[in-house]
Design a protein around this ligand. Structure first.
Ligand code: GAR
Length: 205
């Protein structure tokens, strides 16, 4: 049974999918703490509704490193085995990332390595995909390394981009896919089936 800590800035639909998967027993683990940088994030409400500790750590008034130290201390106190970034809209420093190397995941709403990196989050990603004229998009779950969105890929899946798509309509086709893929990746991690070999992640059967 692994202990999962989730960092989320927004509505937390991915968080919800992960909590539900844990409760169903699809993941051999449980979400023990949810941390948000936004005091009014709905993610915190979702956690509390399920009796999960929910902490807001706003960055305002602290330096970046000081803020991360607080987040780190909170995760340590909760004794997490895995950190899951679920719509966490802050770029983490190498100091923080290196503390959780191989045990921190992120979900990105596009097919990496395309449309990733700084500034590529949420709606910006879908807009860029449509403007580029891509015929396919999707989502990617990957381990987090200091290079933004550059970590070893665990799983990804695609959806078609339609002629009439807007960033919103594309996002609403990708979101359900995220809710399926993220719990799946976490379940594989929890059962010890992920092996990182350089850039590649092997899924052991
Ligand atoms: C998700 O679509 C996730 O892929 C994206 O934020 C959304 C959060 O939704 N993450 C990024 O863009 C990271 N670069 P949620 O709060 O409903 O889970």
């Amino acid at each position: 049974m692994i202990r999962i800590g989730v960092l989320a800035s927004g509505g937390g639909t991915n968080l919800q999918a992960i909590i539900d998967a844990c409760e169903r027993g699809d993941i051999d683990g449980s979400v023990v703490i949810v941390i948000s940088d936004k005091a009014d994030a709905y993610s915190l409400v979702r956690a509390r509704k399920r009796g999960i500790e929910a902490v807001s750590i706003p960055p305002e008034g602290t330096g970046r490193e000081e803020h991360e130290k607080l987040v780190d201390a909170t995760l340590q106190k909760a004794r997490v085995d895995l950190v899951v970034l679920a719509g966490y809209m802050r770029i983490l420093t190498p100091w923080f990332i290196n503390r959780y190397l191989g045990r921190m995941m992120n979900i990105h709403p596009a097919l990496l390595p395309s449309f990733g990196g700084k500034g590529m989050y949420g709606e910006h990603v879908h807009r860029a995909v449509i403007e580029y004229g891509c015929k396919l998009s999707g989502c990617t779950v990957h381990f987090v390394v200091p290079e933004v969105d550059g970590g070893p890929i665990i799983i990804q899946e695609s959806v078609p981009v339609l002629e009439e798509d807007t960033p919103d309509s594309l996002a609403s086709r990708i979101h359900p896919l995220e809710h399926k893929l993220y719990p799946k990746a976490i379940a594989l991690f929890a059962s010890g089936k992920l092996k990182i070999e350089g850039r590649r992640v092997r899924i052991i059967d």
